[in-house]
Design a binder for this molecule. Structure first.
Ligand code: CP
Length: 323
């Protein structure tokens, strides 16, 4: 897949993480997504781009947004889509991830979209099969399409779709950085496109070791708020916590929650993001989540175009792929 007037051609069979993508890859994918965006606004919400291709959603963890977004994206591209979850499949009888994937591939599948609780599961799958694999979130590692749709939303809001150059913009990512695949994908993507990334949270969830990725680390949200252009409020992932990382949810919300009162310390044009699902009253209060600065539902809308682009490009890579 090449872009008119450019030598660039999408080389990747799989989409496993933003750490693996170049700046050109990211810009090309987001430009492709931009081209797909209007499909969702037409009365006939379908193009034949993947007609005859078969996509499997293989989800071993719960999901509302990502799974339905991939399903709709595949359908809008006219692909056939099969839904498999851990509960209803032979995984519940002890079948391994590799065996499950190879059996699915044996039915002529072109692309597996995988969500799994283990970091590295998508990469493991990509080594086991010959078809394309898209990572829909693997443990605490990456959630590349979430990172891409977040960046797409920022580029659109800041009218930067032409350049996708985020130099001069500062983005805070707040909360449970240590357990967050969304944070990792955003960090890699935002830094590659030139943004300054400030990670904010308690030391137990936001350790200084993240400075090695090129981020600033702060434990004081009120200090950071006046100097940022966007804030991505992460969900506290109670299900991934093996010990107590802060004294109480109430105390966490008091120090790191974004309330209607606290947001007045920020620039009036601050954009407020959240990947969902929201713990209302913890990361965000309702006035902020549903307020004019929130981009939360725009993020969900943009997820469709970004996932259409990811699927389309992985299934139409250039013939001499590097991965
Ligand atoms: N943002 C996100 O991954 O949401 P789901 O868990 O609902 O897919």
């Amino acid at each position: 897949m090449t872009q008119a007037g450019s030598d660039y051609a999408w080389p990747h069979r799989d989409l496993l993480g933003l750490e693996d993508l170049s700046v050109q890859d990211i810009r090309f994918l987001l430009t492709t997504a931009h081209g797909f965006e209007d499909v969702s606004t037409r009365s006939i919400k379908k193009v034949p781009a993947l007609r005859g291709r078969v996509v499997v959603n293989l989800f071993f963890e719960d999901s509302t947004r990502t799974r339905s977004s991939f399903t709709l994206a595949a359908s809008r591209l006219s692909a056939d889509i099969l839904e498999l979850t851990g509960k209803g499949s032979s995984v519940s009888k002890g079948e391994t991830l590799t065996d499950t994937a190879r059996n699915i591939e044996a039915m002529g599948v072109d692309l597996i979209v995988c969500r799994h609780s283990h970091s590295g599961a998508a990469k493991h799958l990509a080594h086991a099969v010959n078809c394309s694999v898209i990572n829909a979130g693997d443990g605490q590692h990456e959630h590349p399409t979430q990172g891409l749709l977040d960046i797409y939303t920022l580029c659109k809001r800041w009218d930067l779709m032409d350049t996708m150059d985020l130099t001069g913009k500062s983005v805070a990512i707040v909360g449970d950085i240590a357990h967050s695949r969304v944070a990792r994908s955003n960090i890699h993507g935002l830094i590659k496109l030139g943004a300054k990334v400030i990670l904010v949270g308690p030391p137990t969830l936001c350790p200084r070791s993240f400075e090695s990725l090129g981020c600033e680390v702060s434990h004081n949200l009120d200090d950071v708020l006046p100097r940022i252009d966007a804030i991505n409020m992460l969900r506290i992932q109670f299900e991934r916590m093996t010990s107590q990382f802060f004294p109480s949810v109430r105390e966490y919300a008091k120090i790191f929650g974004l309330t209607g009162k606290r947001i007045t310390k920020a620039k009036p044009e601050l954009l407020v993001m959240h990947p969902g699902p929201i713990n209302r009253g913890v990361e965000l209060d309702a006035a902020v989540a549903d307020g004019p600065q929130s981009t939360i539902l725009e993020q969900v809308t943009h997820g469709l175009a970004v996932r259409m682009a990811g699927m389309f490009l992985c299934l139409n890579r250039q013939s001499n792929p590097t991965s």
